[in-house]
Ligand binder design. Structure first.
Ligand code: SF4
Ligand code: SF4
Length: 135
């Protein structure tokens, strides 16, 4: 019983943090799927944007943390423009990335990038990638 209470508390803290950081009313999402249908990155994502929303609503932080979807999000705002409930999903994605980075976890480790990759990529791509993917 104590474990259940403690996990419920953690779950609500996660939902609260995402709500605060994104400024969105997460419970408004009713899984229409319009965000995923228009997302230009959905083919590369392991879970779709609407599924990210559902996992957030359920407070399943670990399932989201193990996915690459939030890191592949290009912040293009297509989902935001299409959502019939006015949810800015791009901001939810950003909030989820921030929660990981605030734990001082990098999604990409700059020191582990192969020299050839660094040489091949334009500097602006590296800078913008590191800003998004490192803490
Ligand atoms: S902002 Fe992210 S999740 Fe939304 S449509 Fe663009 S790439 Fe997809
Ligand atoms: S478009 Fe909006 S309401 Fe529909 S699934 Fe996406 S976030 Fe939820």
């Amino acid at each position: 019983m104590r474990v259940e209470l403690s996990s419920k508390k953690l779950q609500s803290e996660f939902v609260k943090k995402v709500t605060e950081l994104s400024g969105q009313k997460l419970n408004l999402c009713y899984q229409c799927g319009k965000c995923s249908a228009g997302c230009p990155m959905s083919d590369a994502m392991d879970i779709l944007p609407n599924q990210v929303m559902r996992l957030v609503q359920l407070g399943l932080e670990e399932d989201i943390g193990g996915s690459k979807a939030v890191w592949l999000c290009a912040s293009c705002l297509t989902c935001t423009a299409r959502c019939p409930k006015g949810i800015d999903l791009a901001r939810v994605m950003e909030a989820l990335r921030l929660l990981t980075l605030r734990k001082n976890k990098n999604y990409v480790e700059p020191s582990k990038l192969p020299r050839e990759t660094i040489a091949a990529l334009p500097q602006i791509a590296l800078v913008s990638g590191f800003r998004k993917l490192t803490s």
